[in-house]
Every structure is written in C-alpha cells, then in structure tokens.
Design a protein around this ligand. Structure first.
Ligand SMILES: Nc1nc2c(ncn2[C@@H]2O[C@H](COP(=O)(O)OP(=O)(O)O)[C@@H](O)[C@H]2O)c(=O)[nH]1
Ligand SMILES: [Mg+2]
Ligand SMILES: [Zn+2]
Length: 298
C-alpha cells in the first residue's frame, strides 16, 4: 500500500506527522538523508511492516517554499506550498517595519498572497502605528488590527485565513501563538506529539505544525524557529516592493535601481507622495544591505 498524497502536518527534526488522504494521521520517518520534507509538503509514504511508523519515500513537486537563513548561515526551508504569508507586528515589541517589508518582499517573490496583521491594539501605544498600517492597505496588502488578548477583530483574521494554507511570521513576542490559540477556539487540536524512537521518550515540541482552523483554512506555526527575516538578493529587493516595481515601468532605464538615476519614475512618485517615503527608505536600506552582503563587505 503506497499513499501518494500524504500531507506533512508536523515536523520534529527528522520525524514527521502525516495527514493521509483518508483523514488518518500517522507518524513517519524519512527514507535516506537526502529527502528533507517540511510542513506543507505533499509526500509519498508507505507503512513499515511490523512498526507503527510510516516511511516517507518521495516529496512531491513544490509550488513554492519559504526560506530563511538559520543560525549557521545555511538556508532553511520553513514551509512549502503556502497560499498566504501573514506578517505579524504589534504595539510591543517596537515594530521593525523593515522586517515586515522584507517578508512582504519574500511573499512577492514566491508568489503568495500576503497581509499584515497588527496585534495588541488593546495597548494605547498601538494608535501610533495607524498611518503605517494605512500605507500597507493603500498598496494592496490587507492590514488588519486585532487583539489576541481581548479577541477584538480576531474574526476578521479568521475570515482572511478561511481558504488555503497560511503561514504566520514575525518578531518573537508579537503574539503569533496567542493569535493561533484564539483562532483555534475551544476546538483546540492537540498537536499530537511526534514520537522519538531515539530514546528520550516523546517530544512535545515541534519545529513546525499545520493546524486546521475551525472556520476553514489552515495555519502553520513555527514555534521552534527564531525570527530571522528571509535572505534576499539585490534584484529580488528591486522586484519585491510591489508599488516600486509598478512605478518602475516608467523609469528611463530598464535596470534602474531608483537611487540617483535620471528619469527615475520611482523617485518622482516618492517626491509627489504617491509612494510612501518610509517604504522607499526601507527599500533603499534593504537594497544597500543586500548589495553589501553580495560583495562580501559584511
Ligand atoms: N496586551 C496584549 N498582549 C498580548 C496580546 N497578544 C499576545 N500578548 C502577549 O504577548 C506576549 C507574547 O505572545 P506570544 O503569543 O508568545 O508571541 P509569539 O512569540 O509571537 O508567539 C505574551 O506575554 C502574550 O500574553 C494582545 O493582543 N494584547
Ligand atoms: Mg510563539
Ligand atoms: Zn527608477
């Protein structure tokens, strides 16, 4: 019996939990060292005779994947086949909008929907960020405000996530886990621990998990992953700020980077207020950073 379309719904290092096409869930390990399935992968798997575990034998082609550099500077795939990237920020810790922009940039490049969710609006300091949030809305990113603590406007977030698979990213402490708990309501599915046969008993910590939401849709949380923004290259930065990329069609030079070039339509749009100065500065900052990285100056 070979299951051709199992979905990876939880990962703990090299052990996974699979959702089978009949709705059942099984633990699985991976055949060989080269296969590296992640949450959201569609895989081929089969039972191992005489064992409760299944064996993952192949990974289906990925529609997209979200990657980030890990602590050792290697690129790590966080999740695959995602429909929506939710970038979370909050009244506290102090929002780093350049990190939000970087994630939105990544979303443009892997061709998924993206939205900004601003949490902790129960804190008075939240009011200061209305203008920035309106800017995101103006360039076409849904910008929702909510409080995971009071539950205010969490229903709007649930509506946004209703279709497909979303992944929530953002600085630690913004309330990602709190929001997911709210979204799960009492329906709260226990993340079945993926058992570890290496001897330490059962692990309850997962490095990534996909949860089905009661009102539809699924959300991926990566509780074990520290918040590192995606690594980008200069050309990706140029392409990843959607309003800048759109205005760039009218630049005199096709390879314009919108810095000091003559006939730059982007600079003109910043000057007349069509493009937000903050986003433009964020663009220049990120472009400078990635250019330095590429030339080994860092
Ligand atoms: N005031 C307030 N605090 C919140 C809200 N959401 C989460 N928190 C608190 O923020 C802290 C970090 O939340 P957590 O969900 O662990 O953030 P994560 O690191 O992004 O998963 C916790 O102390 C939460 O209780 C909110 O809407 N309002
Ligand atoms: Mg968390
Ligand atoms: Zn230009």
């Amino acid at each position: 019996m070979i299951e051709r379309d199992a979905l990876v719904v939880a990962t703990y290092s090299r052990r996974m939990q699979l959702l089978l096409s009949d709705g059942g869930r099984v633990d699985a390990r991976i055949k060989g060292k080269r296969l590296k399935p992640v949450c959201g992968d569609h895989v081929e798997a089969q039972p191992i005779p005489g064992e409760p575990d299944w064996l993952i034998t192949a990974i289906g082609e990925r529609r997209n994947q979200l990657t980030r550099p890990n602590l050792r500077g290697k690129v790590e795939v966080l999740a695959a086949n995602i429909d929506r990237l939710i970038v979370m920020a909050a009244a506290t810790p102090e929002p780093e909008w350049s990190i939000v922009d970087r994630y939105l940039c990544a979303a443009e490049l892997i061709d998924t929907d993206a939205a900004v969710v601003f949490n902790k609006i129960d804190i008075p300091a939240a009011d200061a960020f209305e203008e920035v949030l309106d800017e995101y809305a103006r360039i076409g990113y849904p910008a929702l405000r909510c409080s995971a603590k009071t539950g205010h406007k969490v229903d709007a977030v649930a509506a946004l996530l209703r279709d497909g698979v979303s992944i929530i990213v953002g600085q630690s402490g913004v309330g990602k886990s709190s929001l997911i708990n709210r979204l799960l309501k009492d329906d709260r599915q226990r993340v079945a621990a993926v058992s570890d046969k290496s001897g330490e008993g059962r692990h309850t910590t997962v490095s990534s998990v996909m949860l089905q939401l009661p009102e539809g849709g699924a959300v991926i949380d990566s509780p074990g992953v520290r918040d590192y923004a995606p690594a980008l290259e200069p050309d990706e930065v140029v392409a990843g700020y959607r309003e800048i990329a759109a205005a760039a069609r009218d630049c005199r030079f096709a390879n314009c980077r919108h810095l000091r070039e003559p006939g730059c339509a982007v600079k003109a749009a910043v000057d007349d207020g069509t493009i937000s100065k903050r986003r433009y500065d964020s663009y220049r900052h990120l472009l400078a950073l990635t250019t330095k990285l590429m030339s080994g100056q860092y």
